[in-house]
Design a binder for this molecule. Structure first.
Ligand code: G4P
Length: 538
């Protein structure tokens, strides 16, 4: 090899670099009902990825639902599973990772946020920052994920734009930097002013509500004449913002300190294209991911990927198990043999697939930012690393502190084998945490959840997929802390405490009936190691 060969990037690494540069991988975070499903559909529709709104993401009663795979989801109108959408927008490849809206599934959402480069924080213009938005934003802040804010439902009565910006700044200490600005108050919305150029787009709703609004581009003079006072007010507000220096600040945005803000309405498709442009122009492409030793792995390095989700039986037509892998570095080619970092075992990738809602197709090549679905990858768990050539291990995805505990038993003694298989499967997928102890045995493990809906999912899936109807006995514990062998010994026999082992990672968890028991123990026996877990709720 000549010196030039080693100093100049090879054609292969230039290819990976260029392809990674085209990727925008993000998730939408919002409180339920802020319009996440509507926005997801509108974005995909706008990029012409699907022919009809309603074909991507299911909510109760929607037409053409393809991603809601579980009857329970449809019945309750909640979305539990995370779908991955991928579409091209001009030269940009958009990977939109969906997150479950319900707080009970925050752990799942957290894992998805481990796999994105950017998040869109979606706010309802009438409600501003809501509890679930705040919680999810905290996750983004911890992970330093850059956040673009989209204020939705501007076609309906809502709050003042300046008041919303103020709330963002005051409550979450994220400096808002508007990209566009609404003309006309929420409810009497006229159009959007582009902050950097002063270009104005007027929108007129067509009768019938859900139809796309008509768009008209006007010069500043035309806009002033047509919208008169509303236009003047918007310009004054913008002048005020300019004075306080609220222009887009790229370093601040990438560091998670400021957030570009866009206004719009997903339902009538107002401002959706502008959001796509913001994603294309502002959102970062995949960046080097840090390994467990905090060393960055360049995107051009040999293939590496992070398993962020494992999902079985997503679709009755495909009864199998998919591991979703976010490509972190290198070029993926179907058929490559990778190494599973946790076990050192080789891993064949013959059955790699691209996911589109619940539609799948064979995936031959993927680049950093893309998501690969690996079929029947039984050995893989969320948080696992796969790599080719140069070994790497990414940091584990932390588990949330469970707050709900119940003993689960199989109702039918003849179905015990299926029951155990089901529990193993749901544990590996991360649907719920499974805890055991010698005392409790395998027949009646303890389930630990962040939210009680997780239990409903377990019962439903055990019955539907594993034909093993089960029942729960709720336990009185409310708190969990991590402890060690000495702690486990010291805590044995204490009132209001039980020590169990988490099956997936062998962690020793101490459960407490309430904070008084925990506090009394901490006060009376300060030597016991009790470590706080990642807060999931509250
Ligand atoms: P989610 O996934 O965040 O839970 O919210 P989703 O998209 O289901 O939207 C919640 C409700 O808000 C839906 O109405 C939806 O039509 C409405 N919505 C979303 N974006 C906009 C918008 O820009 N403007 C207006 N006016 N409404 C919007 P729904 O009546 O609850 O459900 P549906 O029967 O319309 O599906």
């Amino acid at each position: 090899m000549t010196t030039a060969d080693t100093t100049r990037p090879s054609a292969a690494s230039r290819d990976v670099h260029a392809e990674a540069g085209r990727r925008r991988t993000f998730a939408v975070i919002s409180h339920p009902d802020a319009g996440k499903s509507t926005l997801t559909e509108a974005l995909a529709l706008h990029a012409s990825a699907i022919s009809q709104a309603g074909a991507v993401h299911g909510k109760a009663g929607r037409r053409g639902v393809t991603s809601d795979w579980m009857a329970m989801e449809r019945d309750r109108g909640i979305s539990i599973t995370s779908a991955v959408l991928r579409f091209d927008y001009g030269d940009t490849v958009v990977n939109l990772l969906d997150t479950p809206g319900h707080a009970d599934f925050s752990e799942d959402t957290y894992r998805v946020l481990e796999a994105v480069d950017c998040a869109v924080m979606l706010l309802d213009s009438a409600k501003g920052l809501e509890p679930q938005t705040l919680k999810l934003f905290d996750v983004c802040r911890n992970r330093r994920v850059p956040v673009i804010t989209f204020v939705n439902k501007w076609d309906r009565p809502g709050r003042e734009p300046l008041e919303l910006l103020d709330e963002i700044e005051q409550r979450i200490r994220l400096r808002p930097t508007p990209v566009n600005w609404p003309v006309g108050i929420a409810g009497d919305f006229r159009g959007l002013l582009e902050c950097s150029t002063g270009d104005y787009t007027a929108y007129t709703r067509t009768p019938g509500g859900a139809q796309t609004a008509l768009e008209e581009h006007l010069s500043p003079d035309q806009a002033a004449e047509r919208e008169s006072d509303a236009y003047r007010t918007a310009r004054e507000e913008l002048a005020l913002l300019e004075e306080i220096g609220a222009g887009i600040d790229m370093p601040g945005f990438l560091a998670g300190e400021s957030s570009p803000v866009l206004f719009g309405a997903a339902l009538p498709n107002i401002g959706v294209r502008r959001l796509l442009h913001a994603l294309r122009d502002l959102a970062p492409p995949p960046r080097p991911r840090h390994d467990a030793g905090d060393r960055p792995r360049p995107v051009e390095a040999a293939f590496s990927g992070l398993v962020f989700k494992v999902q079985a039986n997503m679709d009755p037509a495909h009864r199998d198990r998919i591991a979703f892998v976010r490509v972190c570095s290198g070029r993926f080619e179907r058929g490559m043999v990778l190494t599973h970092a946790a076990t050192g075992r080789p891993f064949a990738t013959k059955y790699a697939q691209a996911m589109f809602g619940s539609e799948r197709e064979t995936l031959d090549v993927a680049y950093p930012g893309d998501v690969i679905g690996l079929v029947n990858a039984t050995a893989l768990r969320p948080g696992d690393t796969l790599y080719a050539d140069d070994p790497v291990q990414f940091p584990a995805i932390p588990s949330f502190a469970p707050e709900h505990f119940a003993v689960i038993r199989c109702k039918d003694a003849g179905k015990h084998k299926q029951f155990r298989k089901g529990i193993d499967q749901l544990d590996t997928e991360g649907v719920v945490q499974v805890l055991t102890s010698d005392l409790r045995g395998d027949q009646a493990p303890v389930l630990a959840a962040v939210g009680p809906l997780q239990f409903d999912v377990v019962l439903h899936r055990l019955e539907q997929e594993f034909r093993a109807p089960a029942e729960l006995t709720h336990l009185d514990y409310r708190l969990a802390r991590c402890t060690d062998t000495d702690g486990a010994e010291a805590l044995a026999g204490e009132r209001g405490v039980e020590v169990l082992t988490r099956r997936l990672d062998g962690a020793t968890l101490a459960l407490f009936t309430d904070q008084w028991v925990l506090r009394a123990l901490q006060r009376n026996r300060p030597g016991i190691h009790l470590e706080t877990l990642l807060a999931g709720t509250g």
